[in-house]
Write a protein that binds this ligand. Structure first.
Ligand SMILES: Cc1cc2nc3c(=O)[nH]c(=O)nc-3n(C[C@H](O)[C@H](O)[C@H](O)COP(=O)(O)OP(=O)(O)OC[C@H]3O[C@@H](n4cnc5c(N)ncnc54)[C@H](O)[C@@H]3O)c2cc1C
Length: 390
């Protein structure tokens, strides 16, 4: 068993770390200032400029196949790079990526949707959640009714990331109520904003600003069906599956950086004539955070490694998402506690992290849904305790 990184992995990871430190982190104070003035943290042209700089460094389309100009990196390396990006709270991600399910598009759709999304010329969003169906995604109601060569969409989606900014939306709709959602009764549609859907921003406790989307007799030509009729739910689950090891990878970066801040503070802040880090209460918070970080790191890398083996990574990814989400919330809470009153102020980014990471326990499958998946796999015998080593 070898837990070390290869020279290549280390070199790519270190270059990304330098890029984030030199080009992205210097924007942090400005991001905080803008957010506190209720302004957008990063303008679209600023994000495009950063992504362009990263492209010159060689970072473009981490998971994008080489034929589309991407790096086509293994999942383990993608995870390592998401951790580097997670160190900064500037809302930056490397460019050159598109939703994984857009690769199911036909050649015309690829030209119209996939390629411009990779190039950053068009913004996509993905919509399955509805006011009456979140965890229970199989209960969606937004309907698509065939009318000649078109389909007519009616219903509502909610909490859609990028829904305010998107030029087009990948929408999962019910096309055959008889068959049911799991029986092939749903279909994914590529729907331009110009076809008539409306979006309304939803304010949240963190920096995320998703949207609710309204489809009121939105007419979509049949050529805009993504994949096959009846494949909508399957594509939706594939879309969600990708984030399950990448989201906690970024969480590891945020937790590592925040924990280092807490260690530095514990080594300098004095009370009762000595450093607060001399107290066991503080030492234990630091120790527990380090242990949980390390545990999360290996669960995540194991999930990514499973993806790279072309094996079924759902069980491993659910464990990584569940534990990574809990870990980053516990670490941020301790980091805030170690900073005392300062941690609670808006002088430091800790309160922002604290609010932002709360989302990770909710979106792309809540903690409870991950537990449901993990326990169901065991109860039904799909997975053995101990996984691939058993
Ligand atoms: C900022 C943000 C961005 C998002 N982005 C997107 C997006 O881009 N696209 C998209 O389609 N969706 C998106 N979502 C939706 C997100 O995936 C859902 O919010 C999430 O799946 C939970 O669904 P819900 O909010 O309807 O909660 P519910 O499903 O109503 O759950 C409420 C509570 O009950 C628990 N619960 C539900 N069922 C069970 C059960 N059987 N056993 C035990 N506990 C249960 C849940 O875990 C939760 O704690 C986003 C959400 C947020 C907040």
């Amino acid at each position: 068993m070898d837990f070390s990184l290869s020279d290549e992995e280390r070199a790519i990871r270190d270059t990304a770390r330098q890029f984030i430190a030199r080009e992205v982190m210097p924007l942090e104070q400005e991001v905080l200032r803008r957010e506190r003035a209720n302004q957008p943290s990063l303008a679209p042209d600023e994000l495009a400029e950063l992504r362009g700089k990263a492209r010159k460094f060689g970072f473009w389309g981490l998971g994008t196949p080489a034929e589309y100009g991407g790096m086509d990196l293994p999942a383990v390396l993608q995870s390592l790079l998401w951790t580097e990006v997670g160190r900064t709270y500037v809302p930056f991600t490397f460019g050159g990526e598109a939703d994984n399910i857009l690769y199911h598009a036909n050649e015309d759709q690829k030209r119209e949707f996939l390629l411009p999304t990779i190039e950053g010329e068009r913004i996509s969003c993905f919509a399955i959640t509805e006011p009456g169906a979140g965890s229970d995604a199989a209960n969606i109601k937004l309907s698509a009714r065939r009318d000649g060569d078109d389909w007519v969409l009616n219903g509502e989606k909610t909490f859609i990331t990028n829904g305010n900014e998107a030029d087009f939306c990948i929408v999962v709709a019910v096309t055959d109520r008889e068959k049911g959602v799991r029986g092939g009764g749903t279909t994914a549609f590529l729907v331009d904003r110009s076809m008539g859907w409306r979006s309304e921003p939803i304010e949240t406790m963190g920096p995320a600003r998703p949207a609710s989307l309204v489809f009121d007799d939105v007419r979509v030509p049949a050529r805009n069906i993504l994949g096959e009729i009846g494949q909508g739910f399957e594509l939706g689950m594939k879309w969600i599956g990708r984030g399950r090891f990448l989201i906690p990878s970024a969480a590891v970066g945020a937790a590592e950086r925040a924990l280092q801040m807490a260690i530095d503070y514990a080594n300098t802040r004095e009370t009762f004539g000595r450093k607060i880090g001399d107290n066991q209460a503080i030492q234990w918070m630091i120790a527990d955070s380090e242990v949980e970080l390390e545990a999360a790191r290996w669960l995540i890398l194991r999930a990514a490694w499973t993806v790279d083996q072309d094996a079924d990574a759902r069980h491993a990814s659910s464990m990584a998402k569940l534990y990574g989400a809990g870990m980053v919330n516990r670490v941020m809470d301790r980091v805030l506690q170690i900073h005392g009153g300062m941690g609670y102020t808006r002088e430091l980014p800790i309160e922002r992290w604290y609010r932002a990471v709360r989302l990770i326990r909710i979106y792309e499958g809540t903690d409870e849904m991950q537990r449901l998946i993990i326990s169901r796999d065991l109860l039904r015998g799909y997975t053995k305790i101990g996984g691939h080593l058993s």
